[in-house]
Design a protein around this ligand. Structure first.
Ligand code: PEP
Length: 249
């Protein structure tokens, strides 16, 4: 059985003060949750204090990015070791906004996943097609290639804990949502591909999430799909009430 996983990606939102106010209100609404994993991914500046505020709760901490080198002259970057020491257990890697604005390639993403894995951080690997790729029937080809490139050189045992997030790019922050049936179909395809490459046992353990304009109103139908193990939530994770209602589905 795969434990459902709901992740908040705050992107470039929330100061430390705003992050702590969110946590206080969110925890008071949600209480202790045992039958699913909930992860908050604040901006780097708030990570440490959010982690301290979450201690004693069942909510876990994640980051939105990391760098693939250990240390050195890489102004502005943050390492896996720094995130681990700051209390993170998860890290988002390869989000389409990073691919678009920071020119991250499949090769860079693979290097970042390797670094995260070596420090025991669980990577949340984002993959998804553009609108024109969907329209020309290339969804499977694009997401299949992204997944294979992201997982290059890993062993089956290493992969078991990884999280893959299927996020159609045209659905992110647009209010357009992929249908639950189509989401289930794409994730089912990816899980079969994973099974053919690494074996059924691994493919049945890896958690696949959907992301892209998730709201309290559409989360039930998405989560009721057999292949959908959870949700990666951007905009609707910024308010404690709306994120809590998604977490309670
Ligand atoms: C995301 O940030 O990964 C995302 C899916 O954003 P939104 O929920 O706002 O579409």
């Amino acid at each position: 059985m795969r434990t459902p996983l709901i992740i908040a990606n705050w992107k470039l939102h929330k100061t430390i003060r705003e992050s702590l106010a969110f946590v206080n209100k969110f925890i008071s609404i949600i209480g202790k949750v045992y039958n699913r994993d909930i992860v908050l991914c604040p901006p780097f500046t708030a990570i440490y204090q959010v982690g301290k505020e979450l201690s004693g709760t069942t909510v876990k901490l994640g980051a939105q990015n990391l760098f693939y080198e250990e240390k050195g002259a890489y102004t502005g970057e943050v390492s896996a070791e720094m995130l681990k020491e700051a209390g993170c257990s998860y890290v988002i890697i390869g989000h389409s906004e990073r691919r678009k604005y920071f020119l991250e390639t499949d090769k860079i993403i693979n290097a970042k996943i390797k670094k995260a894995e070596s420090y025991g951080l669980i990577p949340i690997i984002c993959i998804g097609e553009k609108a024109e790729e969907k329209d020309s029937g290339k969804t499977r080809e694009v997401v299949g290639r992204q997944m294979k490139e992201a997982l290059r050189d890993f062993t089956s045992t290493q992969l078991e804990k990884f999280v893959l997030a299927y996020e159609p790019i045209w659905a992110i922050g647009t209010g357009k949502v992929e249908t639950p049936e189509q989401t289930n179909e794409v994730i089912g395809y990816l899980r079969n591909l994973l099974s053919s490459l690494y074996g059924y046992s691994v493919a049945s353990k890896v958690r696949f999430l959907y992301g892209g304009s998730v709201k309290p109103e559409n989360s039930t139908s998405l989560l009721s799909q057999k292949e959908v193990d959870g949700l990666l939530v951007g905009g609707a994770s910024l308010e404690p009430d709306s994120f809590a209602s998604i977490c309670k589905v």
